[in-house]
Design a binder for this molecule. Structure first.
Ligand SMILES: [Zn+2]
Length: 516
């Protein structure tokens, strides 16, 4: 049996999510009288006509599974719905979504009234299951999936055992949480049919995470840069540097002399402008200084982690491979941002947005900072997220970074520059492949075969294994791991409060944003 997911309309939000998850899919036409029983599951993402509704219900009756949103479920099953503002998601006692991380949504959703899964701040669950004949459907709230296209920004607190929550201005919605809700839904629906869900691993060579140290050089002195570079060399860290070029113009050759480091562009002036032409010019002036030293960056990271369509088009105009802005996303897997009518050609690589200076600003001692990074390393490994940390040379806590680099070395966590990971991810995205289940074995057909590509095989929501992508994978040869319970984080009721400290940080942010 082909293990390809069906989808009625591959809208931009679904295209983005399915590519991140790495699940093969094909478009299905529900109006055709063809037999759909060969499809393990169908995402019904379009409005249904009367005949399409009949075919969808018949597919369900005969044991099929469907993932859809509340608007479509009103037509399919006549469910009752109601609009509600959902501030955050916090799964508890949930047999499908227990291992999904808590996160912010902060928007109006159309909720299925009889939902019993995925708890929100209102005490109301967000996801309903409907059984119909031999089949089952999961109903997500209306407006939930399009949350991944949102580009608004809020200051958010991050979970810590330290004295005050560290915070940063990041994407308003926890898009990584939306993705994992979809992943868990698909694992559940395939599992209901006793079928494995086979997806591409987000990491090469069977790694369970990868590490990168990103440095934004904002107004650092030459000595600060040298000190941080020396620390990186001491620990064999190949960091990714995003150079703020205007203040470093006199000594910019230092960056060309560094060994085994990746050079990217931060900016010329540390500003983000409203217009394409001003952004384009700022990028051009920064690039001009770097290329004068024979540095040809593949990556860009905007000042203040800001993202906008006009900036994104300016970065695209200069042919960058990737960019990295936590105002668009953080703690998630890469994706191509949607620009309203098309996808950008520049891959977005999310990082973890809390640095040692954010932690010191939140009164963390060295021991608190170590405990914080230990928690993030454990959580990201568990959620299969990259460990992409960032910092600044001018106010980095070198003692904490010395400890962090030792930790990464001790754990033998694979290092990659952001450029290496981006190039690998682009290869992953371009791989067309189809898995088949035949006599307890997974057979794969594929367009190309990057040697480092691995697949994840999920048995329901609780068990998974990772293995190299081969022509044939014998399921009985794999050692399946049990999905661990979600990491314990600070309660969302506390994390979602907007404190005086956050207000002060927002005021300072606005001051710096417009002053420089
Ligand atoms: Zn900066």
């Amino acid at each position: 049996m082909k293990l390809t997911l069906g989808i009625t309309s591959c809208t931009p939000e679904w295209q983005l999510l399915l590519s991140q998850i790495g699940v093969p899919s094909s478009t299905v036409d529900l109006s055709a009288a063809s037999d759909l029983s060969h499809l393990p599951s169908i995402i019904v993402s379009s409005k249904l006509t009367a005949s399409e509704k009949l075919n969808a219900l018949e597919y369900l009756s005969s044991g099929g599974t469907i993932l859809t949103e509340a608007d479509t479920a009103q037509i399919l099953f006549s469910i009752k719905t109601r609009f509600q503002h959902v501030r955050y998601i916090e799964p508890q006692f949930d047999d499908i979504f227990q291992t999904v991380r808590s996160g912010f949504f902060d928007g109006k959703l159309k909720l299925p009234k009889d939902a019993t899964h995925l708890m929100s701040d209102s005490g109301q669950s967000l996801i309903q299951t409907v059984r119909h004949g031999d089949g089952v459907a999961l109903i997500l709230p209306g407006g939930f999936i399009s949350g991944v296209l949102d580009s608004s920004v809020r200051r958010r607190s991050f979970s810590t055992a330290g004295p005050i929550f560290p915070s940063e201005r990041v994407s308003r919605r926890s898009k990584g949480v939306i993705r994992t809700v979809v992943e868990k839904s698909l694992q559940f629906l395939f599992g209901e049919r006793q079928l494995p869900l086979v997806t591409l691993s987000p990491f090469p060579d069977g790694a369970s995470t990868v590490f990168n140290f990103r440095i934004d050089t904002d107004f650092s002195s030459e000595d600060d840069v040298k000190r941080l570079y020396d620390l990186c060399r001491q620990h064999s860290i190949t960091a990714t540097w995003f150079v703020e070029t205007a203040s470093a113009a006199r000594w910019i050759k230092l960056y060309a002399q560094m060994e085994d480091q990746e050079m990217g562009l931060h900016c010329f002036k540390h500003r983000v402008f409203a217009s394409f032409s001003k952004n384009q010019k700022n990028v051009w002036r920064g690039l001009d200084l770097l290329t004068g030293e024979r540095i040809h960056p593949e990556g860009f990271a905007a000042p203040f982690g800001l993202w906008s369509q006009s900036l994104s088009k300016a970065v695209e105009h200069h042919g960058f491979t990737y960019s990295s802005e936590f105002a668009l996303d953080y703690d998630n897997l890469p994706f191509y941002p949607f620009l309203g009518e098309r996808f950008s050609t520049v891959l977005q690589v999310p990082v973890h947005p809390i640095s040692t200076s954010s932690l010191r600003n939140a009164h963390h001692s060295l021991e608190d900072i170590k405990a914080y990074f230990d928690f993030v390393i454990a959580a990201h490994t568990q959620y299969r997220l990259p460990l992409f940390f960032y910092d600044h040379p001018s106010n980095a806590n070198l003692d904490a970074l010395n400890w962090l680099f030792e930790r990464i070395g001790d754990r033998s966590i694979q290092q990659m520059t952001l450029a290496d990971y981006s190039r690998w991810w682009i290869e992953r995205s371009a791989t067309k492949w189809t898995p088949f289940l035949e006599d307890g074995k997974i057979r794969t057909e594929r367009s190309r075969h990057p040697a480092s590509l691995n697949v994840q095989i999920h048995r329901g929501v609780h068990e998974w294994a990772v293995t190299e992508m081969k022509d044939e994978i014998d399921l009985s040869d794999l050692s399946f791991r049990h999905e661990a319970a979600a990491a314990t984080e600070s309660p969302m009721s506390v994390r979602s409060a907007y404190t005086w400290k956050m207000m002060v940080n927002d005021m300072l942010h606005n001051y710096w944003k417009f002053r420089l």
